[in-house]
Design a protein around this ligand. Sequence first.
Ligand code: AMP
Length: 618
Amino acid sequence: MAKIPINIATGSLQQNEVIVGIDLGTTNSLIAIIHPESKKPVALKEHDGNALVPSVIYFGKNGNILVGDEAKPYLTLEPQNTIFSVKRLMGKSYNDIRDHASFFTYKIIDDNTESLVKIQVGETFYSPIELSSFILKELKNRAEHILKMPVQKAVITVPAYFNDAQRQATRAAGKLAGLDVLRIINEPTAASLAYGLGLKPEESKTVAVYDLGGGTFDISILRIVNGVFEVLATHGDTYLGGDDFDRAIMQYWMQQLGITENDLAQNKEQAQSLRLLAEKAKKHLSVSGVFQETINGKELTISRERFESLISDAVNKTLECCSAALSDAGLRVEDIDEVIMVGGSSRVPLVKERVKSFFKKELNDSLNPDEVVALGAAVQADILAGNNKDFLLLDVIPLSLGIETMGGLMDVLIPRNSKIPAKASRQYTTQKDGQPGMKIAIYQGERDLVQHNRKLAEFILKGIPAMPAGLPKVEISFLINADGILTVKAKELRSGVEQSIEVKPQYGLTDEEVEKMLMESLLHAREDIAKRALIEAATEAEQLSDTAEKFIQKNKELLSEEEVAQTKKAIENVRIALAGTDKDKIQLAIEELNRITQPFAERVMNEAVRSVLQGKKL
Ligand code: AMP
């Protein structure tokens, strides 16, 4: 099997294109490539030597948008117009983040539903996908500026615990930024690759990746066998990181200066300068025993010893997460072969010391912990680009493999260029009440509609016990073994009913045919995207109007006559829109019906209806 890189701009086959690795972080993002001469991964830096782009977006009054360092000062100057931590919102509904709503200083629309969150800045609404795309666009521009060549393809990293919706959202953000996202890879996998783990075909290792950033902590336990990474367990705390260390120093100084939280709330500038000084002290204490500085005639000092006692509990908390992850993976500390340190806060000496004694092992901490994830993404990108000679022998699948979902759409489970062996699985559900079987049709190709792709096989999962639509959980898994044989398995998880089939994806396709299929997907990309959007909107509209209809039939007594009439009218409007081909019209009708029915759903927390509103249907 071979891999065929095609230059999108020219349509020509190309051997040496640049594919970048992107770490799209909560606090900072950055981009890395394999240096063409040294063949080593390097983070792309502007003249100031800074590789990190703060993941901050500022929306100015006159429509200008600033991203990165330039946007950062506005975090305190205009908090309502300055977006940070957007990664925390990816693939989330308001209900998901309700408990942490006060963390965000900008306006998140509280629509009380399970639909994806929207952020309001001035009169404009943004999705987290759009906001992330601003950061990615900035990274893309930056890379083009530094490399002096167009950058179109990328590998983007996400946390290992990101679910499918969050991964899809990240992919969509990349697409919106004008990037062809060849692969979404796990951050701990990238960190391992940066340290060269998983690159030797025969190697098998168990790795702990300890990632302590500015605001989040993650521990992942990975198993690497024959170059395939499997996440055995992840744990962490989404609100624990270097920011807490800064706060600890701030509070220590506030006590000394006799300043209260209230005083700081009154004086935002003082709060900001104290916070910045605390961070400076923390960084200084990573290399020195004491920090001392005078501001406004007052001397502020802190010793490393004091700092360590202030953060000791927080560090212990991270180790508790490590224990929990080990226990989830069914492993003991002795089973871990390598420990990798990631994230700016892993530089803190106390952190290193404690992690080292917890795992009873020397740490992999020689690479810059801020850059290590992006560096690993670049290693993966280079493998995909076919530049890594050691990897030429490794097989990849030349075309994406997936199944047909509602409306004839292609849902890719294993993207093209995936190294084999490979595996992937995803959950689906039924569309109709009491549906006893599910057709699983397997396709190969890059087009959005299965009718343009190549059908490989089809089978029916029979014997699903009668359940309301949306309730069955059918897990479809794809496994390609080292010989390129694909086994597709479908299993209804509630009942255990399962069925599988073997397929030979490559069979009968010449390199020329593969190339032709790739070219076609590029040629038709624009119309395919439009068709997909229309089908997705129509599918959602059909489901929503059916669900709403069932809902008012079932729950008449809870609704006023006027509400019933209003809902019927909105359903009717959805169906009228459905008769046409205007995606925006359909979406407007959906939004209207959603707006009317939202309060009802709250009234009747009907679990079955809720799950019908979620989940993909086959
Ligand atoms: P990240 O989210 O991985 O970019 O990590 C950012 C966090 O690392 C922030 O809280 C920084 O203050 C912290 N950090 C960066 N450099 C150091 C250092 N030398 N010592 C301690 N913490 C640091």
